[in-house]
Design a protein around this ligand. Structure first.
Ligand SMILES: C[S@@+](CC[C@H](N)C(=O)[O-])C[C@H]1O[C@@H](n2cnc3c(N)ncnc32)[C@H](O)[C@@H]1O
Length: 326
């Protein structure tokens, strides 16, 4: 089993590693990015909230004992672990192939397993969400985080099914969703894909983590340092884009209709390229997981950090109910 790094060449180019570089790899995963950065001469501090990922990194750490530090923690906590100023921070968001392919992690409906989805292997699981959230909270969650128009039907089916017996397995849950939307209808992706995404995002507070991670990167990058983010779906990419365009104050200033207004704060980032970079056709052909990936990067200026980014709070009811579960 392995994880093929996505947009690796493009991420390395954006990081523009020079001698003496100190980079945080916020998402170590299978270590593909970290290895390439070490080979390019950087010192790397790598985070992953999944203890299995950190354990797998031991061999790489032994190979580069002076230049690699592995930390089992969330990237939202970078500030608590890193004292030095950084020349780069890279995020490769989402889950790794290791997590998806290990049935017992419960991220996938390709095999039967407990409905788990906890990257950290502790705390509340996806089964808790499915069995304990109210029907309106489930509908909101699936609509907002899954962007699934069938959210109400799916939520109703979940509540009906769990009244008979608790929903605990990935395949049984995928079948409930599939039946709720009237089968596969020839779609390319499984009808439960979006619901699984929504649950994963809630269980791991993924958008909250992105908000904290981006703010931490802004605080720790030195002037000229690079922030590079690879995201895998539109909610992630939108957050990254908003963060960068706002802090680079690049919201289409200079238009004929909107006269140039001085920004209230000095930009903390410079966007040399506004558009996201997509993987090449060759990469997508070789690695279908790259299909939805998009990379954005920016350069830290010498202006003070703008501070904490508010998470978007897209599913307030579901998030509030979730926080009350113990
Ligand atoms: C797509 S994989 C990274 C793959 C890696 N770039 C490589 O080349 O092998 C994403 C990894 O990020 C980790 N992750 C996701 N959210 C995280 C967070 N908030 N803090 C730390 N690690 C996180 C996941 O556990 C997973 O291992």
């Amino acid at each position: 089993m392995t994880h093929a790094p996505v947009l690796l060449r493009e991420a390395l180019e954006a990081l523009s590693i020079e001698p003496g570089a100190l980079i945080v790899d916020a998402t170590f995963g299978g270590g593909g990015y970290t290895r390439a950065m070490l080979e390019a001469g950087a010192r790397v501090i790598a985070f992953d909230r999944d203890p299995d990922a950190i354990a797998r990194g031991a061999a790489l750490e032994a190979q580069f004992p002076d230049r690699l530090t592995l930390i089992a923690a969330r990237f939202g906590e970078i500030g608590a672990f890193v004292n030095e100023q950084l020349t780069g921070v890279v995020f490769d968001l989402g889950v790794s192939s290791f997590q998806l392919d290990q049935a017992e992690r419960g991220f996938s409906f390709q095999a039967d397993a407990a409905l788990d989805m906890r990257m950290e292997k502790q705390g509340l699981s996806a089964a808790d969400a499915v069995n304990r959230l109210s029907e309106p909270a489930l509908a909101e969650l699936i609509y907002r985080y899954g962007e699934d128009d069938d959210s109400r039907r799916i939520a109703r089916a979940i509540v009906q099914a769990r009244a008979a017996k608790p929903i605990t397995r990935t395949l049984a849950f995928a079948k409930i969703v599939e039946d709720a939307v009237g089968g596969r209808k020839g779609a390319r992706t499984h009808p439960a894909t979006k619901t699984f995404q929504a649950l994963r995002m809630l269980v791991n507070d993924e958008l909250g983590e992105i908000a904290r991670g981006l703010s931490a990167a802004e605080a720790k990058l030195k002037p000229g340092g690079r922030l590079v983010v690879v995201s895998f779906h539109s909610l992630e990419d939108r957050m990254v884009k908003l963060f960068l365009t706002e802090r680079a104050d690049a919201r289409g200033r200079g238009s004929r209709h909107a006269p140039d207004v001085a920004p209230e704060r000095a930009p903390s980032f410079r966007l040399d390229r506004r558009r996201a970079t997509a993987p090449s056709d060759e990469e997508v052909a070789a690695n279908p997981r790259a299909r939805s990936a998009s990379l954005r990067w920016a350069v830290r200026t010498d202006a003070p950090a703008w501070g904490d980014l508010e998470p978007p709070g897209l599913a307030p009811k579901a998030e509030a109910e979730w926080r009350k579960l113990d």
